[in-house]
Design a protein around this ligand. Structure first.
Ligand SMILES: *Cc1c(COP(=O)(O)O)cnc(C)c1O
Length: 418
């Protein structure tokens, strides 16, 4: 079967999922974006500039590293790590923001707006806005701003305006609404820079295309290292962009198994998780049709994950379709398993993965011992873990870290005058 659907000729539909469910007044803007993207996609100059920037600004291609120590310890498959965390801003998000920034400039836009939850997408957007000279406004829930001060700090230093959203749950979903509202009010000069492979058409397909550089590189790199395709690909799934970017170039290779890892939080029975395929319901929210974790009234439910980037009630429509087709297996790991995986990868390989990526590592740790040593597994390390220092130190109850924070507060800013 052909799993590489031409979503553009199906108006953004992946089977019954996806589409474009937005207020009438947004349709012309989405159509203009789609047309501009399709032209850019087929324009060699655009693609060359995209790849050039990824190379010179973000250090692509990112390495595919054979984790010999981890593989040996687990006693099964040969595990390779795709090191997306080595790119600019420390995650795969840069691939998408560079692509959309180039497109926004091509469309003559002067301003970009974006939503952000944990702040990682906001940070990546603020970075390229500085690079391209765009005015930049990032909408962020008031609660998220309080929780993610380091990202807020850097976004502001990069020249972005970070606008708190003070209504509703004061988290990501309200920030999404606010960024769309702002886009509607400023369609003439503004591009809405969506952060994952979701939202209304053409975003899911466009973001997937920009992120597919990950899978294309892996194909070349594994052929060079092993002379054959991998047996299994593993990636974490928040909105779904790093995973679809890895999976997509392999979808029609029947021999390649694919595993998407959702956030199991405190465990599925607790209800405090972000695993959409564990009780998520079909719905139309934020402009697209997919599975969402919702309550009785059809409103998105409060979700939880130790990894802020996976803490989201919806999932990109292509994943919903791949799930129902049975092409990709979706599983989940808990916060606890995630922290254990982070510890093991740090100590065996000297690599600090992001908490999101640690979900994929945790799944690899479960699977590898059950596979033969002749098997090849590729795990996407979507990001590096420096950003998570506050969360990890808290989760590990690191007393010396707390002492450090208290001491800093007491010291205040050193006064040069004294
Ligand atoms: C944002 C983020 C994710 C989750 O987003 P996807 O769109 O599912 O890839 C995963 N890993 C890292 C490091 C992130 O910053």
């Amino acid at each position: 079967m052909d799993y590489i659907t031409d979503s553009f000729s199906h108006r953004g539909h992946f089977g019954k999922f996806g589409g474009r469910y937005v207020p009438e007044m947004l349709i012309p803007a989405l159509e203009a974006l789609e047309q501009a993207y399709l032209q850019a996609r087929d324009d060699k100059k655009f693609q060359d500039e995209f790849l050039h920037l990824l190379r010179t600004y973000s250090g692509r291609p990112t390495p595919l590293y054979f984790a010999a120590n981890l593989s040996k310890q687990l006693g099964g498959a040969r595990i390779y790590l795709k090191q997306e965390g080595l790119g600019q801003t420390g995650s795969h998000k840069v691939n998408n923001v560079i692509g959309q920034a180039l497109l926004a400039r091509r469309m003559g836009k002067k301003r970009v707006v974006a939503e952000t939850g944990a702040g990682q997408h906001g940070l990546a957007t603020a970075t390229v806005a500085a690079r391209f000279g765009f005015e930049c406004e990032i909408f962020m829930g008031e609660l998220d701003m309080a929780r993610q001060r380091p990202n807020v700090f850097w976004m502001q230093q990069l020249g972005a305006t970070v606008t708190p959203v003070t209504y509703g749950t004061r988290t990501l979903k309200d920030a999404v609404n606010e960024s769309i509202k702002n886009w509607i009010e400023n369609l003439e000069d503004t591009h809405l820079l969506v952060g994952s492979a979701l939202s209304a058409h053409p975003y899911p397909s466009m973001v997937r295309d920009f992120q597919s550089v990950i899978g294309r590189e892996v194909r070349e790199q594994i052929m060079e290292a092993e002379g054959r395709l991998p047996d299994c690909l593993v990636a974490c799934v928040g909105g779904g962009s790093n995973s679809i970017g890895l999976f997509h170039p392999f979808l029609n290779e029947d021999s390649v198994e694919m595993v998407g890892v959702e956030a199991g939080g405190f465990g599925i029975p607790s209800g405090l998780h972000s695993a959409r395929f564990q009780g998520g319901r079909l719905g139309i929210i934020e402009g697209y049709k997919s599975y969402f974790l919702t309550d009785e009234d059809g409103q998105t439910r409060t979700t939880h994950s130790v990894a802020a980037g996976l803490d989201y009630a919806g999932i990109g429509p292509e994943h919903a379709w791949l799930h129902d087709q049975g092409r990709v297996t979706y599983t989940n790991v808990t916060d606890k398993e995630t922290l254990a995986a982070l510890g093991l990868l740090m100590r065996t390989e000297g690599i600090i993965p992001a908490l999101e990526s640690s979900h994929a590592v945790a799944e690899a740790i479960k699977r590898a011992p059950k596979t033969g040593r002749d098997k090849i597994m590729v795990v996407n390390l979507s990001g590096r873990g420096d950003k998570d220092i506050f969360i990890v130190a808290e989760a590990l109850r690191d007393k010396e870290w707390l002492d450090f924070l208290e001491r800093k507060v007491q010291e205040g800013f050193p006064d040069d005058e004294k």
